[in-house]
Design a protein around this ligand. Structure first.
Ligand code: C2E
Ligand code: CA
Ligand code: CA
Ligand code: CA
Length: 288
């Protein structure tokens, strides 16, 4: 009966709530996701180009929705940014990641002794440029590190440059203070956004992360090879570390190596993995 009386226009404009596959989570669900621990993180290794040693891991947020399944980080990060939840989300992820990091480094002896010192590992974390508007963020980060007894120098904060950073002075102050406290600062997705030479020299970044769109196409496009080569040269002329993300095969490794790229990250070496898999992965990595 209900079906017969259903208003055909109304049923066309309203998303069918019974079809979960067609629904995306709402912003308010982010709060529940944190409370219910639906929100977690994965870790992806970074490899030194010269020594092939694992230099650290990048923390990547993950959301397993009870009904909708895995939600893309690009989607829920933007949702959090647009609805004012990014501060809470960042805090949530950073605290979990640091807690893991501290425990993990205690496992040093469980690894092949003498081969790797887990205390040398760095943890890369993504920082939304919106948080650069928060003048108290550097103090928060410093206290967080104190609380977990982690040196700020062990932390790399990856920031994707946005137009906001070119216009506001708050961002500059926050970034400068973070650097003064000893945090490493990486400019993420380099080559795609608003990044300019001027920004690079003005802000105290320590690392350039070459966007995966260039890295993934070095095999097919000579333009990408030129872009990648220039970015690496630029990084080095500014005494910054050049990192390539999206390293998917041996030929990319070879090309990047010839260009003098310092570190690699990508599926070729390791996919983002749950925290519990990191130690077995490391053991496996060093045994092969
Ligand atoms: P991103 O910071 O550029 O992270 C790298 C993305 O590339 C990750 O996607 C990673 O899974 C993927 N990736 C790594 N290696 C390869 C590869 O070899 N090939 C390909 N095709 N992809 C690779 P993911 O995990 O989906 O994250 C997407 C974006 O979401 C991140 O891009 C970052 O901008 C954002 N994000 C993730 N976690 C956080 C977080 O905790 N805070 C903030 N603010 N943003 C986050
Ligand atoms: Ca990143
Ligand atoms: Ca990136
Ligand atoms: Ca990104």
């Amino acid at each position: 009966l209900e079906l017969i009386h259903a208003d055909p226009i109304r049923s066309k404009i309203e998303a069918p709530t019974f079809d979960s596959a067609m629904r995306l989570p709402e912003s308010s669900e982010i709060l529940r996701a944190m409370q219910e621990h639906e929100l977690t993180f994965a870790l992806q290794p970074r490899i030194s180009a010269s020594s092939k040693v694992v230099t650290g891991f990048e923390v990547l947020a993950r959301w397993e929705h009870p009904v909708l399944g895995k939600i893309a980080p690009d989607y829920f990060i933007q949702l959090a940014e647009e609805h004012g939840y990014i501060g809470q989300l960042t805090q949530y992820i950073f605290e979990q990641a640091l807690a893991w990091f501290v425990e993990f480094r205690k496992d040093s002896n469980k690894l092949i002794p003498g081969l790797v010192d887990l205390n040398d590992l760095q943890l890369s974390m993504n920082l939304s440029a919106l948080l650069l508007d928060d003048a108290e963020f550097p103090e928060y980060m410093q206290q967080l590190c104190e609380r977990y007894s982690v040196k700020p120098a062990s932390i790399i904060l990856e920031i994707t440059e946005t137009s906001a950073m070119t216009e506001r002075s708050v961002g500059l102050e926050v970034i400068t203070r973070l650097r003064l406290y000893g945090f490493h600062l990486s400019i993420d997705d380099f080559g795609t956004g608003y990044s300019s030479m001027l920004q690079l020299v003005r802000l105290p970044f320590t690392e350039i992360k070459i966007d995966k769109s260039f890295v993934m196409s070095v095999g097919d496009m000579s333009e990408s090879r030129e872009v990648v080569r220039s970015i690496i040269d630029l990084a080095h002329s500014l005494e910054m570390v050049a990192v390539a993300e999206g390293v998917e095969d041996e030929s990319a490794v070879e090309f990047l190596g010839r260009c003098g790229c310092d570190e690699y990250q990508g599926f070729h070496f390791g996919r983002p993995m749950p925290p519990a898999e990191v130690l077995p992965w490391l053991r496996d990595y060093y045994q092969h």
